[in-house]
Design a protein around this ligand. Structure first.
Ligand code: KIV
Ligand code: ZN
Length: 391
């Protein structure tokens, strides 16, 4: 008897049922995407949609960056959402105060720790950076808020110094540490090792924030979770600085379908949420985008179409169905189309043909497609009525 999960024995047992917290930064890092600017109303609507989607934490903005951003974060904090709301702050009191003024429950404070960023941006010594980080954490905790600390550019930071920084903030009462791969230079095996090393020294939860400069943000996030991280930072459609951040849909569906890990995401809203972000940002996804893209569950070739019409997991992962992500399966007619798919499309419109008629319809469809034209339902019905009328 055919077993659905046959061949997928690479599940990593330690990940099964592991709870992973989803931290969404669409409204902060995502809004830093070159050319993207969202209105306060759009941000509030996106926050409501993220809440409906079930994200655990929304990073709503960077309140010190402008009065508008502060107001927008405040309106999201007070919108009565189930999700926790977070604001970003440098390790400066004025930034942290702006987060307090925005009523966020979680303050995410950050400072660069790599030599290159420390020397060329904030121009502070290693010791001064530790002192600033500790003071920021203490200030946040003294005001009764939750605190997450990010060592910006952690993956290019001297590993021994990085552990020193994390130990110092942990000691100061920090609730969670974040390991940002700020310029996206990790490969999955290196990410695994780095998080393992940090997890061996640190007892508070570990979060990761992976950029996608080499297209590895999702893979790096997954390896971080395998190594001991319990929270991942993601954005809808992977938007963010430069090549963006780890994509929420791809990360969550990999965790769910491949590892059988647990998140609070209601995956049936993934496509709906992705479309909202496409519309508000104007950044269109390529059709072959995994999980939510137009072609994620589309089939054109005769062999594939016939296979999925017979049994969907012949040419789909099976462990991820269109229904799970709010998508639908599409059989696309084109030059690779076979008889089976055309017959099925016609029959679903109540058009019954004999074998000879069907052969003629398929041949005309391929003729049109060979001219580089996309076949719409209207084309199919026009061809069918011409052939049936002639017969
Ligand atoms: O990429 C980065 O390092 C960031 C930090 C603010 C976490 O976005
Ligand atoms: Zn970032």
């Amino acid at each position: 008897m055919y077993e659905l999960k046959e061949g997928i024995d690479f599940y990593i047992e330690s990940m099964q049922n592991k709870k992973v917290t989803i931290f969404d930064t669409t409204l902060r890092d995502g809004e830093q995407t070159p050319g993207v600017s969202l209105t306060s109303n759009q941000k509030l609507e996106i926050a409501r949609q993220l809440d409906k989607l079930g994200v655990d934490i929304i990073e709503a903005g960077f309140p010190i960056s402008s009065e508008g951003d502060k107001e927008s974060v405040k309106s999201i904090s007070n919108a009565g959402l189930d999700t926790e709301v977070c604001g970003l702050a440098r390790v400066l009191k004025k930034d942290i105060d702006a987060c307090f003024d925005s009523d966020v429950g979680l303050v995410h404070t950050f400072v660069p720790t790599s030599d290159v960023q420390r020397i060329y941006t904030i121009k502070k010594s290693r010791e001064e950076v530790i002192q600033l980080a500790v003071e920021a954490v203490q200030y946040i905790k003294d005001h009764g808020r939750k605190c997450m600390f990010s060592a910006m550019d952690a993956t290019r930071t001297d590993p021994e110094y990085l552990i020193q920084v994390f130990k110092a903030v942990q000691e100061a009462g920090c609730d969670i540490i974040n390991v940002p791969d700020t310029v996206g230079v990790m490969v999955p095996s290196a990410m695994y090792r780095q998080i393992k090393d940090i997890a061996a020294e640190i007892t508070i939860p570990i979060d990761v924030h992976c950029h996608n400069d080499f297209g590895l943000a999702v893979a790096n996030s997954l390896m971080a979770v395998e190594a001991g991280a319990s929270q991942v930072q993601v954005t809808i459609n992977g938007i963010g600085e430069r090549a963006g951040n780890a994509d929420l849909a791809q990360t969550v569906m990999s965790l769910k379908a491949m590892y059988e890990a647990k998140t609070n995401i209601r995956t049936e809203y993934l496509v709906e949420t992705s479309k909202m972000i496409e519309n508000y940002t104007g950044i269109r996804l390529p059709p072959n985008t995994p999980v939510v893209g137009q072609n994620a569950f589309s089939h054109e070739s005769g062999i594939h179409s016939q296979g999925v019409l017979e049994k969907s997991d012949t040419f789909e992962p099976g462990i991820m169905t269109p229904e799970m992500v709010g998508h639908r399966r599409r059989i696309v007619l084109g030059k690779h189309t076979g008889k089976h798919a055309v017959k099925q499309s016609l029959e679903s419109a109540g058009i019954i043909t004999n074998d000879k008629q069907l052969d003629e319809i398929v041949s005309r469809i391929k003729e049109i497609a060979n001219k580089g034209k996309q076949i719409t339902d209207a084309d199919l019905y026009a061809v069918a009525s011409a052939v049936l009328g002639k017969a």
